[in-house]
Design a protein around this ligand. Structure first.
Ligand code: BJW
Length: 234
């Protein structure tokens, strides 16, 4: 394995592919979420304004799926948690995923596209943890209003969380690793180029090549990520 030397600071970006082998669908693979539902109908602020019931039902179903005992972190999530525990330098784990599988594996992950297990009150704007269904009668845990609880996720046209912090980490990292993301959604799709422009070495871990990287590990994340982590910790 070619790695930068010295390698002190790492940024890891994960996408839906890391959770695929845990049983969660990706968005753009064959049979993925966007082949079953139009993103314009469920993942934009306009969709929410048009038809709250439909958007709420879509996210209720995904939240319920996440609670299914069969959905568990896989060896890729677990390997990253071990890396985060044992890496002596800086490591920022950024995920585009709204699932909580990194946390369940023991990682601290930064959710740039929000979280399925949180809702945001349209009255007071507070984000609150949420388990189970959202209904029109659901009360905001923070202000008690029944004005509406939207999923606390980042839809198309909305600004992802923490971009300043991520940009800073990208400008300082020696190594950038993208795992299980198609590289189609910006700004995350631009992170590898940003890191490379600052001199970082870039690695892609995916079933297929998606863009320009210095090195590729092609294969299922449950096999490739533990191998990569073992080499980083060796
Ligand atoms: C495996 C595997 C296995 C499978 N092992 N690998 C024109 C040009 C440029 C940009 C734009 C444009 N028009 C509009 C935009 C902006 C827009 C955008 O990027 N659109 C593109 C589609 C063109 N972006 C936005 O609107 C973003 N906001 C924004 O830009 O704000 C403006 C702004 C930014 C910065 C500064 C100032 C202003 C917001 C994007 C929000 C995305 N939201 C979603 C939904 C979240 C909630 C939910 O989950 O429902 O986020 S969309 C969806 O896509 C989700 C994901 O996080 C995101 C990325 O998907 P991901 O993770 O890459 O999944 P897939 O399915 O695409 O890929 C899976 C990959 O895994 C594949 O490569 C497989 O091969 C691989 N894989 N199994 C390893 N076992």
């Amino acid at each position: 394995m070619t790695l930068p030397s010295p390698c002190h600071s790492i940024v890891i970006l994960t996408g839906a592919g890391i959770s695929a082998e845990s049983g969660l669908q990706t968005f753009r693979d064959v049979g993925g979420i966007w082949s079953q539902v139009r993103l314009e109908d469920v993942a934009t602020p306009q969709a929410w304004d048009r038809d709250r019931a439909r958007v709420t039902a879509f996210y209720n179903a995904r939240r319920q799926q996440l609670m299914d005992p069969a959905i568990q972190p896989n060896t890729a999530h677990l390997a990253l948690a071990e890396l985060q525990r044992r890496w002596a330098g800086d490591l920022l784990l950024v995920t585009q995923n709204v699932d909580d599988l990194h946390e369940r594996a023991g990682s601290i992950a930064f959710h740039m596209h929000g979280r399925l297990d949180q809702v945001r009150c349209v009255a007071c704007g507070a984000d609150s943890p949420w388990i189970g269904e959202v209904t029109p009668q659901s009360r905001c845990p923070a202000c008690d209003a029944t004005a509406g609880l939207r999923p606390s996720v980042v839809w198309f046209g909305e600004i992802p969380h923490g971009l300043e912090r991520i940009d800073r980490a990208l400008s300082e990292c020696d190594l950038f690793i993208a795992i299980g993301t198609s590289g189609t959604v910006y700004p995350a799709a631009g992170f590898s180029a940003a890191a490379r422009n600052h001199g970082a070495y870039t690695i892609e871990v995916n079933l297929e090549a998606t863009g320009r990287f210095d090195r590729r590990l092609v294969g299922p994340a449950t096999e490739t990520v533990p191998t990569l982590v073992a080499e980083l910790l060796a």
